[in-house]
Design a protein around this ligand. Sequence first.
Ligand code: 6R9
Length: 656
Amino acid sequence: MSSQIDHLLNEDRRFAPSEDFAAAAVGTADLYHQAATDREGFWADRARELLHWQTPFTKVLDWSNPPFATWFEDGELNVAYNCLDRHVEAGNGDRVALFWEGEPGDERRVTYAELTDEVKRLANVLTELGIGRGDRVAVYLPMIPEAVAAMLAVARVGAVHSVVFGGFSADSLRARIDDAGAKLVITADGGYRKGRVSALKPAVDLALADRNGSGVQETVEHVLVVRRGGNDVDWTPGRDLWWHEVVPAASAEHEAEAFPAENPLFILYTSGTTGKPKGILHTSGGYLTQAAFTNRVVHDIHPESDVYWCTADVGWITGHTYVTYGPLANGATQVMYEGTPDTPHPGRWWELVEKYGVTILYTAPTAIRSFMKIGRQVAQQFDLSSLRLLGSVGEPINPEAWMWYRSVIGGDRAPIIDTWWQTETGAMMISALPGVTETKPGSAQVPLPGITVDVVDDAGQEVGNGNGGLLVITEPWPAMLRGIWGDPDRFVETYWDKFAEQGFYFAGDGARLDDDGDVWLLGRVDDVMNVSGHRLSTAEIESALVGNEAVAEAAVVGASDETTGQAVVAFVIIKESYLKAHSPEGLAQTLRAWVGEQIGPIARPRDVYIVGELPKTRSGKIMRRLLRDVAEGREVGDTTTLADTAVMSVISAQVK
Ligand code: 6R9
């Protein structure tokens, strides 16, 4: 990492916004001044200005019982009303909410009036199915308008959604359904991926397959199925319902009830340092305020004229905040694309930018790097001149990728915002304001107005400009997670115990402050990997590996990878009993596929190395640092704390 830091420190290119951009920008320097003078008052103003409250709040932040915060506690609102009805009531019902494009090229234009109508009908269906305030609904859908409608309808009736990424396996889905105790699953027969239909319903059927004797009480009563892929599906009468049969038949009259600001809005599972994913809990008023505010000022949304496109799947936090909630709360028009970037041809994204006249593009560094790899001529076949702002999220963006993005995609004209945040923070925390900040390639730069962060050492002391340490958030923020579903102790332990004395939130990221005090993110400091902008835990993949009959022990590391940022590399010890009865040939491939089936294709290791031993300390802790050296082809670092110092040369030889 030190060569990376040196490299970043030598980065002295600067890009100021153009005068025209700055003059028209929604976010102005004034916001920083307001927030610095009265932080809570600043957020209260944003909440009033950006949202409709059925009952206005009188309290802003309650931090009397840290780390459990409440924001706008005595206010009441309906999240779906804020994202839909009020735009229709304001006369913007004909505005396109979604320019949806299916992977095979089919298209749907969904206006605000149409989306509102669909959500009202679905809300009535949910009520008929017994879903009400506080009930959990799992959503397991492809990137189709129904995914957005499902989230909003669940929110509209005061229930809680748990969106599970469609690329996750039946096992992962089951774990999430069980943890949340979902009563309903909303899914599709299948969706298009890489040129063919990828089925979803069978995974739901498998997840809900008879669990008698498993000790798990089945909570799911119904499965609502969207027809998208047209693939054959099994059907459980009484449990399964077709969306196209029940939703259009339901009434389009639905009054949006007011719910308290702290009513839970969603649970979203993310990887932590243990094997069990954490259900991050978000609530309504504070979350929606910060989602709408950051989308408005960082993405510089002008709802009347912009065509915005966030390429994230709604299965991730970026899709929650910057596909569903932020842009719809702001009444923006957006593009939603079902498929993969290279199907049916490698220029598909750029074709969509040209076709819809996309003005704002928000995507991940891994995508930019893979476009870099195929060469600029692919993107340059399309007219990208509509783009006026580019965004990045999910992992550090290296200066080369930043410069390529700026010049090839942005025509050296569009500012780039590099936005740091997490599932837990709910919305952006550190980012330039595109009309204000002079940007630096590779740095996320400054906390947003109303957000306070710092970089500290292990003891919680400020490191000061020019130094590196751990990123912390020093004051509560409106969209902060309210807990981990069902596990308040883990919430405190994971994020707050490390700096309990100072009351800081520990983000799990390393960071450095440059001489101007700007923040440079340096990646995770825990056992969480970031593969193509997706968080994966080493422990989760290790536990999948040892679940295979052949594996005795496994250690997983994230090794740096040119395209995906990090790649999963596994070191496994095979059981002797297995080797007596089977040949080890092809086993590495089998184990790669196994992990893909257990967790999902994104977790499939790039490499599986079969080794005789793993490097352990005297207390039995696996030294992943040394394995990372091997995986990255470096000379192995200090081995003196190993119980057996010879083990690394054996492993290195076995890997070669
Ligand atoms: C939004 C999202 C969070 C982790 C986070 C950090 C990394 C996200 C980043 C970034 C550097 C950025 N991360 N944005 N690192 N620069 N602009 O990605 O949420 O999936 O929970 O991941 O991603 O390591 O801690 P999530």
